[in-house]
Design a protein around this ligand. Sequence first.
Ligand code: FES
Length: 113
Amino acid sequence: MGRIAFYIEPAQILIEAKAGETVQEALLRHKIDIGFSCGGVGTCTTCLVKVVSDLNLLPERNELELERAAERGLALNERLSCQIYPHVNLKIEIDGPRESDVHDQRRGRKLSK
Ligand code: FES
């Protein structure tokens, strides 16, 4: 499988995930700190992202995600980035980096809408 592209709002950047990477792993590899306190094991929910793409393009929630979603009352488009292994290009929204932060880290990768 090829690389998966993520368009990230509101920072307006595009990054790629390697096959077999979670969304969180891809973000961290690109030095985009979305914050997480459980180490990516699906217990803290601090890695939450909002999926802007068609939700039908995402894998279904796994058992851990289903538990967290029920506990926290997560909306259908609120997903744990540490639990998503995407297989198609996605558009996601994160609260983390501001455009200026990301541009500094990803020189030359900032995209316009
Ligand atoms: S990093 Fe804790 S739930 Fe994803």
